[in-house]
Design a protein around this ligand. Structure first.
Ligand code: CP
Length: 316
């Protein structure tokens, strides 16, 4: 059987960063290298071509201290496809529950000589903290309301696949912007490609600094739909007390929910959602499975993006 194989040195023309803590500090060359490799990995995933186990012998711990379906599963699958020794850390059954500190946990993980730590945590900045307190390479899988770089990258890759050219594309991020690490990673990344980025949602969901990031703010969903080529729809993050900023979820849904009727204002608009979706709150089921929706394609792209990131970090 033929194994997936190519010369990664043709793609890596510069040193890739040691850590991936956010898109803000990735340059366009790094992102384009990720996307070139993503395309190759995606084709292997779709065609079910066995992977060359090019990270065989490398170890990784998936340190998820917040829940996850897509990110954790796709990281683990990417790690296994590349031949890594992958360990999943379960926060609830760990000694964190006995009062051990996060730093001590990190030091114990370091003592086991993991090559990579993939971290998800409710504290903004924890990935950066890890880079300063361990020798492992750190990949941020979502830190508080700061960044979710692999999600941002897979979202942008999905847009690039569909539209080819990103410059001057109009992309609107809709919903709970103030609690969203996905929003920030998308804004940082899309701006690097010259995308016209906008946000839309109730004013209580708009951080005060938002216009300083060079994005347009729409307060009505109708205007956002009419003026955009694509929407990236976010859920209301109730676990971060976002509900206290709204009269009710049904009120949010009434004014900002994406319905088939609203899509008729711009029938060709593309719909993205990072998941998890709260169906019939920010998005109707019919929209999520419509021809406009790229939501499940995003998940496939997420697996390929993670393979590309490991490969590039391993070759730096
Ligand atoms: N998009 C995302 O981060 O989904 P999970 O929380 O399921 O990983």
């Amino acid at each position: 059987m033929e194994f997936l194989n190519w010369n990664v040195n043709k793609i890596i023309k510069m040193n890739f960063p040691n850590h991936l803590t956010g898109i803000r500090n990735l340059d366009l060359k790094d992102i384009n290298s990720i996307f070139q490799l993503t395309k190759k990995y995606k084709s292997s995933i779709i065609n079910k071509t066995p992977f060359e186990k090019s990270l065989n012998g490398k170890s990784v711990i998936n340190l998820f201290l917040e829940n996850s379906t897509r990110t954790r599963t796709s990281f683990e699958l990417a790690e296994k496809k590349l031949g890594m020794d992958a360990v999943n850390f379960n926060g609830q059954s760990s000694s964190l529950s006995k009062g051990e500190s996060f730093l001590d946990t990190l030091k114990n993980i370091e003592a086991m000589k993991f090559d990579y730590i993939v971290i998800r945590h409710s504290d903004s900045g924890i990935a950066e903290f890890c880079t300063k307190n361990t020798t492992s390479k750190i990949i941020n899988a979502g830190d508080g309301i700061n960044e979710h770089p692999t999600q941002g990258l897979l979202d942008i890759y999905t847009l690039k696949e569909e539209f080819k050219e990103l410059e001057k594309l109009n992309v609107c991020i809709v919903g709970d912007i103030s609690h969203s690490r996905v929003a920030l990673s998308n804004i940082y990344g899309l701006k690097k490609f010259g995308v016209n980025v906008s946000v839309c949602g109730p004013i209580s969901f708009m951080p005060k600094y938002i216009e300083g990031l060079g994005v347009t703010v729409y307060t009505t969903i109708e205007e956002a739909i009419k003026k955009s080529d694509a929407l990236n729809i976010l859920r209301v993050q109730l676990e971060r007390d976002a509900g206290s900023l709204l009269p009710s979820l049904s009120e949010f849904s009434k004014y900002y929910g994406i319905t088939k009727k609203r899509l008729s204002l711009n029938p060709d608009i593309k719909i993205l959602h990072p998941g998890p979706m709260n169906i019939n709150v920010e998005i109707d089921y019919d929209v999520s499975v419509s021809k406009n929706s790229f939501i499940f394609g995003q998940v496939t792209n997420g697996l390929a993006v993670k393979c590309a990131i490991f490969k590039l970090m391993n070759n730096n």
